[in-house]
Design a protein around this ligand. Structure first.
Ligand code: AMP
Ligand code: MN
Ligand code: MN
Length: 321
């Protein structure tokens, strides 16, 4: 796909990503936004996302993000980044009504793509890596490089997860050559936690329970606890990865109560369980080693339903990834 070719003649271009935007979603949307602004000065370009967390304040033009999703004239081209249409949230009507819909994603659960034009590679570490591929060397500048590097670093757990490939590292090497302070960027957007985040992480770890002979670990935060700390969804990122580091654990489950009898579930695995398959079964999706879904019922029901599928895989009754 040639980005500028696809946008040729477009007067209004929109960009959005998934609900509860993470570093890859924000990095890819902003990287593409900065690039299109530079290359297509005549076009009206808008970027829509749920309000990015304050840590993303270091990304150039983040203040341009429209989180009000007010009524919009039809877009000639609309990009859905780091997601399929189902998690576009309030941007879905803009995407659906657009003259041309373009989908750039790396979720295996969205392998076919949801646009008229699709650039989906489930083997890519991140959507930022895909945007990097599309822009090429000529398209980059220091601010775009910073946004894309951030997304790659976040989705690879700082180049640690198995989605990190030689191409990922080559992209990262190229991006840091633009000269931004990559060490500080990752410190501020990835490692640094607010006091509240460390408190709630501690609480989640303290209350975690191992089962299936220690091959699974689960932690649940209910509404009352979240309200006590005043925790928002973005304060809970990273908890599930921490649970996954427990020795012997093949699959970690972290879930929090969104409303009565409704849980947001995050799954992470070592090298035995395909959690994308588990999450997809329950209407969610993601990657083989990191996936999520929303489930209804009591926490007990949710854990029971999930563990059935996880146990089947661990016992080798289903093909292992
Ligand atoms: P999470 O643990 O929710 O941060 O999600 C882990 C991975 O799965 C991320 O790449 C998400 O984008 C993806 N994911 C989470 N929930 C869903 C869902 N309902 N549908 C598709 N992908 C999801
Ligand atoms: Mn994402
Ligand atoms: Mn991603």
């Amino acid at each position: 796909m040639n980005l500028l070719q696809e946008c040729k003649g477009a007067g209004r271009i929109g960009i959005s990503g998934h609900i509860r935007p993470d570093g890859d979603c924000i990095g890819s949307c902003m990287g593409l936004y900065l690039y299109l602004r530079k290359e297509l000065p005549q076009a009206q370009i808008r970027v829509f996302l749920e309000k990015p967390a304050e840590i993303y304040g270091c990304i150039s033009r983040i203040e341009d993000v429209d989180s009000s999703f007010g009524e919009q004239k039809k877009f000639d081209v609309f990009f859905a980044l780091d997601t399929a249409a189902d998690r576009l949230g309030a941007a879905l009507p803009f995407f659906e009504a657009a003259g041309k819909r373009i989908n750039i994603d790396h979720h295996i659960s969205n392998a076919k793509g949801c646009g008229d034009v699709n650039f989906v590679d489930p083997d890519a570490s991140s959507t930022c890596e895909l945007v990097y591929r599309l822009l090429g060397r000529e398209g980059l500048d220091v601010e775009i490089a910073k946004a894309l590097y951030m997304g790659i670093a976040h989705d690879t757990g700082c180049f640690q997860y198995s989605c990190t490939s030689p191409d990922t590292l080559r992209a990262a090497a190229d991006l840091i050559s633009y000269g931004f302070d990559f060490s500080r960027l990752i410190d501020e957007t990835f490692f640094e936690k607010t006091y509240l985040q460390t408190q709630i992480l501690g609480r989640a770890l303290l209350e975690s329970i191992r089962f299936m002979d220690g091959r699974c670990v689960v932690s649940v935060l209910n509404r009352k606890t979240l309200d006590f700390y005043g925790a928002q969804p973005q304060d809970l990122e990273g908890i599930v990865s921490q649970l996954r580091t427990v020795a012997g654990v093949e699959c970690a489950i972290f879930m929090y109560e969104m409303r009565a009898l409704e849980y947001k579930v995050s799954l992470r695995s070592g090298d035995k369980v395909d959690v994308a398959a588990v999450a997809s079964y329950f209407g969610g999706g993601g990657h083989v080693r990191a996936a999520g879904c929303t489930m209804l019922g009591t926490a007990h029901d949710v854990i029971n339903n999930l563990s059935l599928h996880i146990e089947r895989q661990l016992d080798g009754k289903e093909a292992k990834a």
